[in-house]
Design a protein around this ligand. Structure first.
Ligand SMILES: Nc1ncnc2c1ncn2[C@@H]1O[C@H](COP(=O)(O)OP(=O)(O)OP(=O)(O)O)[C@@H](O)[C@H]1O
Length: 310
């Protein structure tokens, strides 16, 4: 049985179908839920928490029916909401203790767990200061900590990198990965930035306008394409020169930006042919590697326009 299962799950708001006949199974590990703004990610999470009723179809979380067992599910699941929802005049420490107690922990246990989770998410002395003075990155960490305080089986993280600068985003992604791998907690994490999910997820689910576009292991999204990317240096027009020489050598080659050329792999000898051509031209070989599909190729094929690769 999956950690999350949906069957024919549909949510219609007046004038918009947020989820459309969704059939989904999410297992252990880290699952990335990707989709453009409005694809239905937050709606799915709210239904899974039993906070919003579905129009039709069914869903279960950890074996419990979202329609009837919402309270039980919320006791076993941690939720990091997308939007800023933290009180400004309370410290992270007091807030997380309070939310731990609301999840059913006795006071002493809530204090102990709060100290642990705030350390895990990287909040040190500042945990005793009011949240109003925190940076966006620190606030995101508080939201993550409160999702973990009651030792959940599953966490639902809605856009945890929202509003973060590149370095804070990297830190948050590393934390998400650790939750899945070191702590053994199943994770469903949403983002509209595809490259992020590629980095931290074992499995990727792609939603497009409320419909399931694709669900597969991340490695399947990254399978090789049968071409090589060759980067050279030595002359400003090195790519043009190399491209022509490779075509003359009987290979199919095209420019790939900068001083890079993409070469179709004909057989096992292709890398040797490329190397020899580069040497004959007196160019320097910077790299030669297999080109991989990236997750955004799914959107290029599937048609969802506004998802941004990073
Ligand atoms: N309470 C609501 N009433 C009416 N329409 C809604 C409501 N909540 C969501 N929607 C609509 O449902 C669709 C899906 O919204 P949802 O928030 O689930 O998408 P999302 O993938 O999470 O996007 P975002 O990243 O922008 O949050 C959107 O068209 C949205 O406008």
């Amino acid at each position: 049985m999956g950690v999350i299962e949906t069957a024919g799950l549909t949510k219609a708001y007046p004038g918009v179908t947020a989820l459309d006949d969704l059939e989904l199974t999410v297992g252990e590990g880290v699952t990335g839920l990707v989709g453009a703004n409005g694809a239905g990610k937050s709606t799915l999470i709210k239904i899974l928490l039993g906070l919003v009723p579905a129009t039709s179809g069914s869903a279960s979380v950890l074996g419990y029916d979202v329609a009837t067992d919402g309270g039980r599910i919320r006791g076993l699941v941690g939720y990091m909401p997308e939007h800023d929802c933290l009180p400004a005049d309370v410290s992270a420490s007091d807030l997380v203790v309070h939310l731990g107690q609301m999840s059913g922990l006795p006071y002493a246990a809530a204090r102990e767990r709060t100290s642990d989770v705030l350390r895990h998410v990287g909040l040190a002395e500042e945990r005793y200061r009011p949240i109003g003075g925190y940076s966006t990155g620190m606030k995101q960490r508080v939201k993550l900590a409160q999702a973990l305080v009651h030792d959940p089986r599953l966490v639902l993280l809605d856009e945890p990198t929202n509003g973060l600068d590149p370095s804070a985003r990297d830190d948050m992604l590393a934390l998400v990965r650790r939750i899945g791998s070191e702590f053994g907690i199943a994770v469903l994490v949403t983002s509209h930035l595809l490259g992020e999910l590629e980095r931290v997820s074992d499995h990727v689910v792609v939603l497009d306008a409320g419909r399931l576009l694709r669900s597969s292991a991340t490695t399947e999204f990254l399978h090789a394409t049968g071409s090589l990317i060759v980067e050279v240096l030595g002359r400003p027009d090195a790519d043009r020169l190399l491209g022509q020489a490779l075509v003359d050598a009987g290979l199919v080659a095209r420019p790939a930006g900068g001083t890079m050329v993409e070469v179709e792999v004909r057989d096992d000898t292709t890398p040797d042919v490329v190397r020899d051509v580069v040497v004959d031209l007196g160019l320097g070989l910077v790299r030669m590697q297999e080109r991989h599909h990236r997750i955004e190729d799914v959107f290029r094929d599937g048609g969802a326009g506004s998802v941004q690769p990073v």
